[in-house]
Design a protein around this ligand. Structure first.
Ligand SMILES: [Fe+2]
Ligand SMILES: [Fe+2]
Length: 477
Protein backbone atom coordinates (compact mmCIF):
# COMPACT_ATOMS: atom_id res chain seq x y z
CA UNK A 1 0.00 0.00 0.00
CA UNK A 2 1.35 3.44 -0.89
CA UNK A 3 2.02 5.85 1.96
CA UNK A 4 0.13 9.08 2.19
CA UNK A 5 1.85 12.34 2.86
CA UNK A 6 -0.56 14.85 4.41
CA UNK A 7 2.02 17.30 5.62
CA UNK A 8 3.26 18.25 2.22
CA UNK A 9 1.74 21.46 0.85
CA UNK A 10 0.16 19.08 -1.66
CA UNK A 11 -1.27 15.95 0.03
CA UNK A 12 -0.27 12.92 -2.05
CA UNK A 13 0.41 9.21 -2.17
CA UNK A 14 3.05 9.47 -4.89
CA UNK A 15 6.09 10.25 -2.72
CA UNK A 16 6.19 13.78 -4.04
CA UNK A 17 8.88 14.80 -1.51
CA UNK A 18 11.35 12.43 -3.22
CA UNK A 19 11.12 14.38 -6.47
CA UNK A 20 12.08 17.96 -5.66
CA UNK A 21 11.86 19.15 -9.24
CA UNK A 22 8.34 17.88 -9.70
CA UNK A 23 7.30 19.18 -6.29
CA UNK A 24 8.61 22.64 -7.13
CA UNK A 25 6.81 22.65 -10.48
CA UNK A 26 3.52 21.71 -8.83
CA UNK A 27 4.03 24.25 -6.05
CA UNK A 28 4.50 26.87 -8.73
CA UNK A 29 1.26 25.86 -10.42
CA UNK A 30 -0.67 25.79 -7.10
CA UNK A 31 -1.10 29.58 -6.64
CA UNK A 32 -2.26 29.89 -10.24
CA UNK A 33 -4.82 27.19 -9.58
CA UNK A 34 -6.05 29.05 -6.49
CA UNK A 35 -6.25 32.29 -8.42
CA UNK A 36 -8.31 30.50 -11.04
CA UNK A 37 -10.51 28.99 -8.29
CA UNK A 38 -11.17 32.42 -6.73
CA UNK A 39 -12.03 34.12 -10.02
CA UNK A 40 -13.67 31.33 -12.02
CA UNK A 41 -14.86 29.04 -9.21
CA UNK A 42 -18.07 29.23 -7.13
CA UNK A 43 -19.29 32.80 -6.75
CA UNK A 44 -20.16 34.06 -3.29
CA UNK A 45 -19.39 31.26 -0.80
CA UNK A 46 -15.63 31.21 -0.52
CA UNK A 47 -15.61 32.33 3.15
CA UNK A 48 -18.25 29.88 4.32
CA UNK A 49 -17.65 26.56 6.04
CA UNK A 50 -18.91 23.74 3.86
CA UNK A 51 -19.42 20.16 5.07
CA UNK A 52 -17.25 18.44 2.47
CA UNK A 53 -15.60 15.14 1.81
CA UNK A 54 -11.86 15.29 1.14
CA UNK A 55 -9.87 12.44 -0.37
CA UNK A 56 -7.13 11.45 2.06
CA UNK A 57 -5.92 8.17 0.55
CA UNK A 58 -6.74 5.73 -2.23
CA UNK A 59 -7.76 2.88 0.10
CA UNK A 60 -11.03 1.27 -0.85
CA UNK A 61 -12.39 1.81 2.65
CA UNK A 62 -11.85 5.01 4.53
CA UNK A 63 -10.48 7.01 1.59
CA UNK A 64 -12.32 10.20 2.50
CA UNK A 65 -12.75 12.50 5.45
CA UNK A 66 -15.93 14.57 6.06
CA UNK A 67 -15.68 17.90 7.83
CA UNK A 68 -16.31 21.62 7.56
CA UNK A 69 -13.84 23.40 5.35
CA UNK A 70 -13.66 26.69 3.49
CA UNK A 71 -13.37 25.92 -0.19
CA UNK A 72 -10.12 27.85 -0.78
CA UNK A 73 -8.59 25.79 2.08
CA UNK A 74 -9.70 22.49 0.54
CA UNK A 75 -6.79 20.02 0.47
CA UNK A 76 -6.64 19.22 -3.22
CA UNK A 77 -4.35 16.22 -3.33
CA UNK A 78 -2.82 13.77 -5.74
CA UNK A 79 -4.00 10.22 -5.22
CA UNK A 80 -3.42 7.31 -7.54
CA UNK A 81 -4.83 3.83 -7.06
CA UNK A 82 -2.14 1.43 -5.84
CA UNK A 83 0.28 0.03 -8.36
CA UNK A 84 -0.25 -3.59 -9.32
CA UNK A 85 3.15 -5.28 -9.61
CA UNK A 86 3.77 -6.86 -12.99
CA UNK A 87 0.67 -5.30 -14.58
CA UNK A 88 0.58 -5.87 -18.33
CA UNK A 89 -1.00 -4.01 -21.24
CA UNK A 90 -4.51 -5.40 -21.45
CA UNK A 91 -5.40 -5.00 -25.14
CA UNK A 92 -4.26 -3.95 -28.59
CA UNK A 93 -1.17 -4.85 -30.60
CA UNK A 94 1.10 -4.94 -27.57
CA UNK A 95 -1.24 -6.88 -25.29
CA UNK A 96 0.51 -8.86 -22.52
CA UNK A 97 3.72 -6.79 -22.66
CA UNK A 98 4.56 -5.03 -19.37
CA UNK A 99 2.54 -1.84 -18.84
CA UNK A 100 4.53 1.38 -19.32
CA UNK A 101 5.70 3.31 -16.28
CA UNK A 102 7.04 6.06 -18.56
CA UNK A 103 5.54 7.58 -21.67
CA UNK A 104 6.56 5.59 -24.76
CA UNK A 105 8.10 8.09 -27.19
CA UNK A 106 6.04 6.94 -30.16
CA UNK A 107 2.75 7.64 -28.34
CA UNK A 108 3.76 10.81 -26.55
CA UNK A 109 1.51 13.17 -28.52
CA UNK A 110 -1.53 10.92 -28.43
CA UNK A 111 -1.19 10.41 -24.68
CA UNK A 112 -0.75 14.10 -24.03
CA UNK A 113 -3.83 14.82 -26.14
CA UNK A 114 -5.92 12.32 -24.15
CA UNK A 115 -4.78 13.79 -20.83
CA UNK A 116 -5.28 17.41 -21.90
CA UNK A 117 -8.76 16.68 -23.28
CA UNK A 118 -9.81 14.92 -20.08
CA UNK A 119 -8.11 17.60 -17.95
CA UNK A 120 -9.87 20.42 -19.79
CA UNK A 121 -13.34 19.13 -18.87
CA UNK A 122 -12.64 19.25 -15.11
CA UNK A 123 -12.21 23.02 -14.55
CA UNK A 124 -14.68 23.68 -17.38
CA UNK A 125 -17.58 22.23 -15.40
CA UNK A 126 -16.65 24.31 -12.34
CA UNK A 127 -16.81 27.41 -14.54
CA UNK A 128 -20.14 26.36 -16.03
CA UNK A 129 -21.62 25.96 -12.54
CA UNK A 130 -20.07 28.98 -10.87
CA UNK A 131 -23.26 31.01 -10.34
CA UNK A 132 -25.56 28.18 -9.30
CA UNK A 133 -24.86 28.58 -5.58
CA UNK A 134 -26.68 31.91 -5.63
CA UNK A 135 -29.98 30.17 -6.42
CA UNK A 136 -29.64 26.93 -4.44
CA UNK A 137 -32.89 25.13 -3.56
CA UNK A 138 -31.51 24.02 -0.15
CA UNK A 139 -28.33 23.88 1.93
CA UNK A 140 -28.08 20.16 1.13
CA UNK A 141 -28.04 20.90 -2.61
CA UNK A 142 -25.63 23.79 -2.14
CA UNK A 143 -23.21 21.47 -0.38
CA UNK A 144 -23.54 18.84 -3.12
CA UNK A 145 -22.78 21.44 -5.79
CA UNK A 146 -19.61 22.46 -3.98
CA UNK A 147 -18.63 18.83 -3.39
CA UNK A 148 -18.80 18.23 -7.12
CA UNK A 149 -16.89 21.46 -7.79
CA UNK A 150 -13.97 20.79 -5.43
CA UNK A 151 -13.62 17.24 -6.75
CA UNK A 152 -13.56 18.43 -10.36
CA UNK A 153 -10.78 20.70 -9.10
CA UNK A 154 -8.99 17.63 -7.74
CA UNK A 155 -9.42 15.84 -11.06
CA UNK A 156 -7.72 18.79 -12.68
CA UNK A 157 -4.87 18.32 -10.19
CA UNK A 158 -4.69 14.64 -11.18
CA UNK A 159 -4.27 15.48 -14.86
CA UNK A 160 -1.79 18.26 -14.10
CA UNK A 161 0.24 15.79 -12.06
CA UNK A 162 0.50 13.54 -15.14
CA UNK A 163 1.42 16.46 -17.39
CA UNK A 164 4.09 17.75 -15.01
CA UNK A 165 5.52 14.33 -14.21
CA UNK A 166 5.73 12.78 -17.64
CA UNK A 167 5.69 15.49 -20.32
CA UNK A 168 8.44 17.91 -19.30
CA UNK A 169 8.22 21.46 -20.46
CA UNK A 170 5.32 21.14 -22.86
CA UNK A 171 3.42 19.30 -20.13
CA UNK A 172 3.90 22.32 -17.86
CA UNK A 173 2.71 24.62 -20.63
CA UNK A 174 -0.39 22.51 -21.15
CA UNK A 175 -1.04 22.63 -17.39
CA UNK A 176 -1.00 26.44 -17.53
CA UNK A 177 -3.27 26.46 -20.56
CA UNK A 178 -5.83 24.40 -18.62
CA UNK A 179 -6.32 27.47 -16.41
CA UNK A 180 -6.45 29.92 -19.31
CA UNK A 181 -9.09 28.41 -21.54
CA UNK A 182 -12.52 29.21 -20.10
CA UNK A 183 -15.97 27.76 -20.60
CA UNK A 184 -17.90 29.72 -23.21
CA UNK A 185 -15.02 32.15 -23.84
CA UNK A 186 -15.22 33.56 -27.37
CA UNK A 187 -11.45 33.49 -27.94
CA UNK A 188 -10.24 30.64 -25.76
CA UNK A 189 -13.13 28.25 -25.18
CA UNK A 190 -12.91 24.83 -23.57
CA UNK A 191 -12.01 22.01 -25.98
CA UNK A 192 -15.30 20.08 -26.08
CA UNK A 193 -18.57 21.82 -26.88
CA UNK A 194 -20.66 20.33 -24.03
CA UNK A 195 -18.29 22.14 -21.69
CA UNK A 196 -19.02 25.51 -23.24
CA UNK A 197 -22.79 25.22 -22.73
CA UNK A 198 -24.09 27.42 -19.92
CA UNK A 199 -25.53 25.67 -16.86
CA UNK A 200 -27.81 28.47 -15.86
CA UNK A 201 -30.31 26.67 -13.64
CA UNK A 202 -30.45 23.67 -11.33
CA UNK A 203 -32.34 21.42 -13.73
CA UNK A 204 -29.47 21.90 -16.17
CA UNK A 205 -27.10 21.05 -13.31
CA UNK A 206 -28.84 17.79 -12.39
CA UNK A 207 -29.07 16.75 -16.05
CA UNK A 208 -25.41 17.64 -16.56
CA UNK A 209 -24.26 15.62 -13.55
CA UNK A 210 -26.45 12.70 -14.62
CA UNK A 211 -25.57 12.65 -18.32
CA UNK A 212 -22.29 14.53 -18.80
CA UNK A 213 -20.51 13.31 -15.66
CA UNK A 214 -21.54 9.85 -16.82
CA UNK A 215 -19.71 10.43 -20.09
CA UNK A 216 -16.77 11.22 -17.78
CA UNK A 217 -17.28 7.88 -16.06
CA UNK A 218 -17.03 6.00 -19.35
CA UNK A 219 -14.01 7.96 -20.58
CA UNK A 220 -12.32 7.23 -17.24
CA UNK A 221 -13.28 3.56 -17.44
CA UNK A 222 -11.57 3.33 -20.81
CA UNK A 223 -8.50 5.24 -19.56
CA UNK A 224 -8.42 3.05 -16.43
CA UNK A 225 -7.54 0.18 -18.81
CA UNK A 226 -4.64 2.10 -20.36
CA UNK A 227 -1.24 0.52 -20.84
CA UNK A 228 0.26 3.77 -19.56
CA UNK A 229 0.11 2.72 -15.92
CA UNK A 230 0.17 6.14 -14.18
CA UNK A 231 -2.87 7.19 -16.21
CA UNK A 232 -4.73 3.95 -15.45
CA UNK A 233 -4.06 4.37 -11.72
CA UNK A 234 -5.12 8.03 -11.79
CA UNK A 235 -8.36 7.27 -13.62
CA UNK A 236 -9.22 4.40 -11.30
CA UNK A 237 -9.19 6.65 -8.26
CA UNK A 238 -11.08 9.46 -10.01
CA UNK A 239 -13.92 6.99 -10.68
CA UNK A 240 -14.38 6.60 -6.92
CA UNK A 241 -15.28 10.29 -6.62
CA UNK A 242 -17.26 10.42 -9.87
CA UNK A 243 -19.95 8.09 -8.50
CA UNK A 244 -21.20 10.82 -6.15
CA UNK A 245 -21.51 13.34 -8.99
CA UNK A 246 -23.84 11.01 -10.87
CA UNK A 247 -25.75 10.32 -7.66
CA UNK A 248 -26.35 14.07 -7.32
CA UNK A 249 -27.70 14.11 -10.87
CA UNK A 250 -29.85 11.00 -10.60
CA UNK A 251 -31.46 11.92 -7.29
CA UNK A 252 -31.71 15.59 -8.29
CA UNK A 253 -33.75 14.78 -11.40
CA UNK A 254 -35.76 12.24 -9.39
CA UNK A 255 -36.70 14.88 -6.81
CA UNK A 256 -37.76 17.36 -9.52
CA UNK A 257 -39.86 14.63 -11.15
CA UNK A 258 -41.46 13.67 -7.82
CA UNK A 259 -42.35 17.27 -7.10
CA UNK A 260 -43.81 17.69 -10.59
CA UNK A 261 -46.05 14.68 -9.91
CA UNK A 262 -47.14 15.99 -6.49
CA UNK A 263 -48.08 19.35 -7.99
CA UNK A 264 -49.87 17.72 -10.93
CA UNK A 265 -52.07 15.87 -8.48
CA UNK A 266 -52.86 19.06 -6.61
CA UNK A 267 -53.68 20.97 -9.77
CA UNK A 268 -57.21 20.59 -11.21
CA UNK A 269 -55.80 20.06 -14.72
CA UNK A 270 -52.54 18.30 -13.82
CA UNK A 271 -50.58 21.48 -14.54
CA UNK A 272 -47.37 21.48 -12.48
CA UNK A 273 -46.38 24.91 -13.77
CA UNK A 274 -49.55 26.54 -12.46
CA UNK A 275 -48.35 25.62 -8.95
CA UNK A 276 -44.74 26.64 -9.43
CA UNK A 277 -43.26 23.30 -10.43
CA UNK A 278 -41.31 22.14 -13.47
CA UNK A 279 -43.61 20.15 -15.74
CA UNK A 280 -42.62 16.73 -17.06
CA UNK A 281 -42.49 17.94 -20.67
CA UNK A 282 -39.88 20.54 -19.78
CA UNK A 283 -37.93 17.89 -17.87
CA UNK A 284 -38.04 15.68 -20.99
CA UNK A 285 -36.69 18.56 -23.12
CA UNK A 286 -33.77 19.18 -20.76
CA UNK A 287 -33.09 15.43 -20.77
CA UNK A 288 -33.10 15.41 -24.59
CA UNK A 289 -30.59 18.25 -24.67
CA UNK A 290 -28.03 16.93 -22.17
CA UNK A 291 -28.26 13.32 -23.26
CA UNK A 292 -27.57 14.14 -26.91
CA UNK A 293 -24.93 16.77 -26.11
CA UNK A 294 -23.19 14.11 -24.03
CA UNK A 295 -23.47 11.52 -26.85
CA UNK A 296 -21.40 13.92 -28.96
CA UNK A 297 -18.59 13.61 -26.40
CA UNK A 298 -17.98 10.03 -27.51
CA UNK A 299 -16.78 11.32 -30.89
CA UNK A 300 -17.52 9.86 -34.32
CA UNK A 301 -19.25 6.46 -34.38
CA UNK A 302 -16.61 5.22 -36.82
CA UNK A 303 -13.17 6.47 -35.91
CA UNK A 304 -9.61 5.70 -36.95
CA UNK A 305 -8.31 7.65 -33.95
CA UNK A 306 -10.17 5.31 -31.61
CA UNK A 307 -8.75 2.33 -33.54
CA UNK A 308 -5.23 3.73 -33.21
CA UNK A 309 -5.61 4.41 -29.48
CA UNK A 310 -6.76 0.84 -28.99
CA UNK A 311 -4.04 -0.69 -31.18
CA UNK A 312 -1.43 1.28 -29.21
CA UNK A 313 -2.83 0.13 -25.85
CA UNK A 314 -3.67 3.68 -24.76
CA UNK A 315 -7.46 3.58 -24.44
CA UNK A 316 -9.45 0.37 -24.04
CA UNK A 317 -13.12 -0.47 -23.77
CA UNK A 318 -14.98 0.08 -20.49
CA UNK A 319 -14.34 -2.98 -18.28
CA UNK A 320 -11.93 -4.36 -20.93
CA UNK A 321 -10.49 -6.97 -18.55
CA UNK A 322 -13.68 -7.94 -16.77
CA UNK A 323 -16.12 -7.98 -19.65
CA UNK A 324 -14.28 -9.22 -22.75
CA UNK A 325 -12.24 -12.25 -23.78
CA UNK A 326 -10.79 -11.10 -27.08
CA UNK A 327 -8.56 -8.08 -26.41
CA UNK A 328 -7.09 -7.89 -29.91
CA UNK A 329 -10.36 -7.72 -31.89
CA UNK A 330 -8.80 -7.84 -35.34
CA UNK A 331 -11.33 -10.13 -36.98
CA UNK A 332 -14.58 -8.93 -35.44
CA UNK A 333 -17.25 -6.48 -36.51
CA UNK A 334 -19.67 -4.28 -34.65
CA UNK A 335 -23.07 -3.14 -35.80
CA UNK A 336 -23.37 0.64 -36.03
CA UNK A 337 -26.54 2.59 -36.90
CA UNK A 338 -26.31 5.08 -39.73
CA UNK A 339 -28.74 7.22 -41.73
CA UNK A 340 -29.31 6.15 -45.34
CA UNK A 341 -31.78 8.12 -47.47
CA UNK A 342 -34.95 8.25 -45.39
CA UNK A 343 -34.11 5.29 -43.20
CA UNK A 344 -31.72 4.37 -40.41
CA UNK A 345 -29.88 1.14 -41.16
CA UNK A 346 -27.40 -1.19 -39.47
CA UNK A 347 -23.90 -1.40 -40.87
CA UNK A 348 -21.06 -3.73 -39.91
CA UNK A 349 -17.89 -1.88 -39.03
CA UNK A 350 -14.50 -3.47 -38.16
CA UNK A 351 -14.61 -3.53 -34.38
CA UNK A 352 -11.53 -1.41 -33.78
CA UNK A 353 -13.06 1.38 -35.83
CA UNK A 354 -16.32 1.11 -33.88
CA UNK A 355 -14.79 1.59 -30.42
CA UNK A 356 -16.41 4.97 -29.84
CA UNK A 357 -19.77 3.35 -30.63
CA UNK A 358 -19.05 0.46 -28.28
CA UNK A 359 -18.21 2.83 -25.42
CA UNK A 360 -21.24 4.96 -26.25
CA UNK A 361 -23.59 1.97 -26.30
CA UNK A 362 -22.43 0.94 -22.81
CA UNK A 363 -23.11 4.53 -21.77
CA UNK A 364 -26.63 4.46 -23.22
CA UNK A 365 -27.39 1.30 -21.28
CA UNK A 366 -26.12 2.92 -18.09
CA UNK A 367 -28.21 6.07 -18.72
CA UNK A 368 -31.37 4.01 -19.06
CA UNK A 369 -31.17 2.77 -15.46
CA UNK A 370 -31.81 6.21 -14.01
CA UNK A 371 -34.60 6.92 -16.49
CA UNK A 372 -36.29 3.70 -15.35
CA UNK A 373 -36.15 4.91 -11.74
CA UNK A 374 -37.61 8.29 -12.68
CA UNK A 375 -40.42 6.53 -14.56
CA UNK A 376 -41.10 4.29 -11.60
CA UNK A 377 -41.64 7.39 -9.46
CA UNK A 378 -44.06 8.80 -12.06
CA UNK A 379 -45.97 5.50 -12.20
CA UNK A 380 -46.07 5.27 -8.40
CA UNK A 381 -47.63 8.73 -8.33
CA UNK A 382 -50.32 7.42 -10.67
CA UNK A 383 -49.41 9.75 -13.52
CA UNK A 384 -49.58 8.54 -17.09
CA UNK A 385 -46.29 9.78 -18.55
CA UNK A 386 -42.98 8.24 -19.47
CA UNK A 387 -39.60 9.90 -19.81
CA UNK A 388 -37.54 8.52 -22.70
CA UNK A 389 -34.00 8.62 -23.95
CA UNK A 390 -34.29 9.97 -27.49
CA UNK A 391 -32.85 8.11 -30.50
CA UNK A 392 -29.03 8.28 -30.67
CA UNK A 393 -29.29 10.14 -33.99
CA UNK A 394 -31.37 12.99 -32.54
CA UNK A 395 -29.83 16.47 -32.18
CA UNK A 396 -26.28 15.38 -32.96
CA UNK A 397 -23.52 17.71 -34.08
CA UNK A 398 -20.71 15.14 -34.20
CA UNK A 399 -20.53 11.82 -36.01
CA UNK A 400 -22.57 9.87 -38.49
CA UNK A 401 -25.85 11.68 -37.74
CA UNK A 402 -24.48 15.21 -37.65
CA UNK A 403 -25.85 16.10 -41.10
CA UNK A 404 -29.20 14.40 -40.63
CA UNK A 405 -32.40 15.55 -38.96
CA UNK A 406 -33.64 12.71 -36.78
CA UNK A 407 -36.68 12.93 -34.51
CA UNK A 408 -36.48 11.67 -30.92
CA UNK A 409 -38.35 8.57 -32.13
CA UNK A 410 -35.74 7.89 -34.81
CA UNK A 411 -37.60 9.10 -37.90
CA UNK A 412 -35.49 10.70 -40.61
CA UNK A 413 -36.97 14.16 -41.27
CA UNK A 414 -36.44 17.00 -43.70
CA UNK A 415 -34.38 19.77 -42.10
CA UNK A 416 -37.36 22.17 -42.31
CA UNK A 417 -39.63 19.80 -40.47
CA UNK A 418 -37.03 19.30 -37.78
CA UNK A 419 -36.66 23.06 -37.39
CA UNK A 420 -40.44 23.44 -37.15
CA UNK A 421 -40.74 20.85 -34.38
CA UNK A 422 -37.52 21.66 -32.57
CA UNK A 423 -39.31 23.61 -29.82
CA UNK A 424 -41.37 20.53 -28.94
CA UNK A 425 -38.20 18.58 -28.26
CA UNK A 426 -35.53 20.88 -26.86
CA UNK A 427 -35.67 23.57 -24.15
CA UNK A 428 -36.82 26.87 -25.64
CA UNK A 429 -35.80 30.30 -24.39
CA UNK A 430 -39.27 30.56 -22.84
CA UNK A 431 -38.88 27.21 -21.04
CA UNK A 432 -35.58 28.34 -19.59
CA UNK A 433 -36.96 31.74 -18.64
CA UNK A 434 -39.77 29.97 -16.80
CA UNK A 435 -37.35 27.66 -14.95
CA UNK A 436 -35.21 30.71 -14.14
CA UNK A 437 -38.17 32.35 -12.36
CA UNK A 438 -38.22 29.40 -9.93
CA UNK A 439 -34.54 29.65 -9.08
CA UNK A 440 -34.75 31.49 -5.78
CA UNK A 441 -32.15 30.89 -3.11
CA UNK A 442 -33.36 28.89 -0.09
CA UNK A 443 -30.71 28.94 2.64
CA UNK A 444 -32.68 28.20 5.80
CA UNK A 445 -31.88 24.90 7.49
CA UNK A 446 -34.42 22.21 6.67
CA UNK A 447 -36.21 24.34 4.06
CA UNK A 448 -36.47 23.58 0.35
CA UNK A 449 -37.63 25.37 -2.80
CA UNK A 450 -41.14 24.64 -4.02
CA UNK A 451 -40.13 23.01 -7.33
CA UNK A 452 -38.18 20.07 -5.85
CA UNK A 453 -38.72 17.40 -3.15
CA UNK A 454 -36.27 17.06 -0.26
CA UNK A 455 -33.91 14.05 -0.45
CA UNK A 456 -34.90 10.91 1.45
CA UNK A 457 -31.62 11.04 3.34
CA UNK A 458 -28.78 13.47 3.93
CA UNK A 459 -25.01 13.19 3.56
CA UNK A 460 -22.93 10.78 5.65
CA UNK A 461 -25.81 9.84 7.94
CA UNK A 462 -26.73 13.47 8.64
CA UNK A 463 -30.38 14.53 8.30
CA UNK A 464 -31.64 16.85 5.56
CA UNK A 465 -31.96 19.60 8.23
CA UNK A 466 -28.23 19.49 8.97
CA UNK A 467 -26.35 22.75 8.56
CA UNK A 468 -24.38 21.68 5.47
CA UNK A 469 -23.18 25.22 4.88
CA UNK A 470 -22.28 27.56 7.73
CA UNK A 471 -22.34 31.15 6.59
CA UNK A 472 -19.37 33.33 7.44
CA UNK A 473 -20.42 35.85 10.08
CA UNK A 474 -17.63 38.39 9.66
CA UNK A 475 -17.12 41.21 7.20
CA UNK A 476 -17.28 40.04 3.62
CA UNK A 477 -13.90 39.96 1.95
FE1 LIG B 1 -14.18 14.90 -13.03
FE1 LIG C 1 -17.58 14.63 -12.17
Amino acid sequence: MSTVDHYDSIPNNVNLHTDRKLQRALEKWQPNFLKWWMTMGPEGFQLDDIYLRTAISADSDGWANFDYVRMPDYRWGIFLADRVEGRTIGFGDEADELAWQQVPGEYRNELKRLIVTQGDTEPASVEQQRLLGLTCPSLYDLRNLFQVNVEEGRHLWAMVFLLHSYFGRDGREEAEALLHRNSGDADQPRILSAFNEPISDWLHFYMFTYFTDRDGKFQLLSLAESGFDPMARTARFMLTEEAHHMFVGETGVLRVVQRACELMKESPNEDARSLGGIDLITIQKYLNFWYTTSLDLFGGEVSTNAANYFAAGLKGRAYEQKKYEDHVILDSYYSVLKPEDDKIVDSDVPMRNALNSILRDSYVEDCQRGVDKWNKAIATAGINFELKLPHVGFNRTIGIFSNSSISPDGEVLEAEEFARRRNDWLPTAADQEYVATLMISVMERGKIANWICPPTKGIKGKPFEFEYVRRYAGESA
